[in-house]
Design a protein around this ligand. Structure first.
Ligand SMILES: CC(C)(COP(=O)(O)OP(=O)(O)OC[C@H]1O[C@@H](n2cnc3c(N)ncnc32)[C@H](O)[C@@H]1OP(=O)(O)O)[C@@H](O)C(=O)NCCC(=O)NCCS
Length: 434
């Protein structure tokens, strides 16, 4: 099925009116207007406290997200009315879901409101506009990666993918992963983009929570995007198996300890492995790197095999945080879009203050793991707010855990059955920001 081009969709009328009441203009950014794109990039950089882009960087950024729908909110009474006071961009991407499949989802990014216009309801108008537009376009799920965990719950989003950050003392942690046959080679940074794109495409479907990438993301990783700082400190190494087939790559940066050359820090930007051997090979490569005593990595999974490869797992400090948040917009569409681990019938009541997912739903799962979802008048076995359904969607948390936290209700048997059905083979994970 052809994916909806978000750029062709009209602006949400309710949000247009809500912002007009505050004398603000809600407008699609014209992709053919370089000045508008430059102003948009400047506003986004300001919102994320980054460096304001040069003209070349703004143009490159504009091109790299040219496939997205960009919206600016403008204050014509402001000092510089060309620069939006708020930004958001969105597109229909592919979200990997349990059952080794992907489902279309409404990806949202670049949500910023100028610190000079904060807390006047601008983000609310933009976010609700995004959700209505996605729903009207027939997209069942929306998602974003978040700067703060406090913002999106109020709109019905919930953390569906958690991520781990690793700080490994390599000398203490040691290695018990053995040697994997195959070879490593440095890759020129300019050639890393195609390599990362290809590997990511190969593996993303197997991990719920992953999404399709875009060239600009890989250019940033390879430090060849405009504005890249100290690009020469980044290395790209690929791994090929014993048959010579490229199975993985790691992008990393090295920082010297001025007091001791044998104590470099190696920061992994991205490590992608197509298969278990590649995973062991690449981690073995970074953890046994000469002149390196510390390896750090972020956006790794919560069920990373890594501890099982370390001689002393206490040599690794791991912290967990929420990363990707989802919002269910269409219950039948979303639930029928994934596969399930156990057959059964579940009657689920969902409450949704914004109305999109409100109702009681019959989820019938066959022995093949496929689901049929219909509205029903039957008495619900399990009840939950829409955010809890998003938290369950990729199998990142058990229904029983949410019930313990007071975020879902139901009898023991029904909740246990739901936990079993929604469980995935692996924890959801997402190794990039979008
Ligand atoms: C987060 C941000 C977009 C909010 O914009 P805003 O226009 O000030 O938000 P609104 O006025 O529409 O607020 C809507 C609600 O969210 C709350 N809220 C907004 N930002 C919040 C934050 N950072 N933490 C907690 N609550 C927040 C508001 O208090 C308000 O609550 P209410 O519905 O109970 O009244 C803005 O502060 C920003 O640009 N931050 C920096 C960039 C960023 O982190 N963007 C998010 C990227 S994922």
């Amino acid at each position: 099925m052809a994916r909806t081009d978000a750029r062709t969709l009209p602006l949400d009328e309710i949000s247009t009116a809500a912002l007009a009441q505050r004398a603000l203009l809600y407008r699609l950014v014209d992709p053919a207007d370089p000045e508008a794109l430059r102003a948009y990039s400047t506003a986004e950089a300001r919102g994320f406290l980054g460096e304001e882009p040069t003209d070349d960087e703004a143009r490159e950024f504009g091109e790299s997200i040219g496939y997205r729908r960009r919206i600016g909110v403008y204050d014509e009474a402001g000092l510089d009315p060309q620069v939006p006071v708020a930004t958001v961009n969105s597109w229909v991407g592919e979200l990997s879901v349990p059952g080794d499949r992907v489902t279309p989802f409404w990806a949202i990014s670049g949500v910023t409101v100028s610190p000079a216009r904060r807390r006047r309801g601008i983000a609310r108008a933009m976010l609700e506009g995004e959700l209505r537009t996605a729903r009207d376009a027939g997209v069942a799920v929306a998602g974003l990666t978040v700067s703060e965990a406090t913002i999106y719950g109020r709109f019905g989003f919930a953390p569906a993918v958690e991520a781990t950050t690793w700080d490994i003392d390599t000398r203490r942690a040691g290695w018990r992963g053995g040697d994997v046959p195959g070879s490593f080679d440095y890759v020129r940074r300019e050639e890393a983009v195609a390599l990362l794109e290809d590997l990511h495409e190969r593996v993303r479907v197997t991990r719920p929570g992953d999404v399709d990438g875009w060239t600009g993301r890989w250019r940033q990783f390879a430090m060849i995007a405009g504005g890249s700082k100290e690009p020469g400190r980044t290395r790209v190494v690929r791994y090929a198996d014993a048959e010579g087939v490229v199975r993985g790559a790691v992008v990393y940066r090295l920082t010297e300890d001025p007091a001791d050359m044998a104590r470099h820090t190696l920061d992994i930007t991205y490590l992608v492995a197509d298969g278990d051997e590649a995973y062991r090979a690449l981690w073995g490569f970074v953890l046994r790197h000469d002149l390196v005593s510390r390896v750090r990595a972020s956006l790794r999974s919560v069920d990373e095999p890594l501890p099982w490869l370390l001689a002393d797992r206490r040599g690794a400090h791991v912290s967990v945080h929420d990363h990707e948040w989802l919002r269910i917009l269409d219950v039948p569409g979303a639930l029928a879009g994934r596969g399930y681990a156990a057959a059964g019938t579940h009657v689920i009541a969902v409450s949704d203050p914004l109305g999109f997912a409100e109702g009681t739903w019959m989820l019938e799962i066959g022995t093949d793991g496929e689901a049929r979802v219909t509205p029903t008048d039957a008495t619900p076995q399990v009840s939950m707010p829409v955010a809890s359904l998003a938290a369950l969607y990729l199998g990142g948390v058990h229904a029983a855990t949410l019930r313990s936290a007071g975020q879902l209700t139901g009898e023991d048997d029904a909740v246990r059955a739901l936990s079993r059905a929604f469980s995935g083979d692996t924890a959801p994970a997402l190794g990039i920001w979008y």
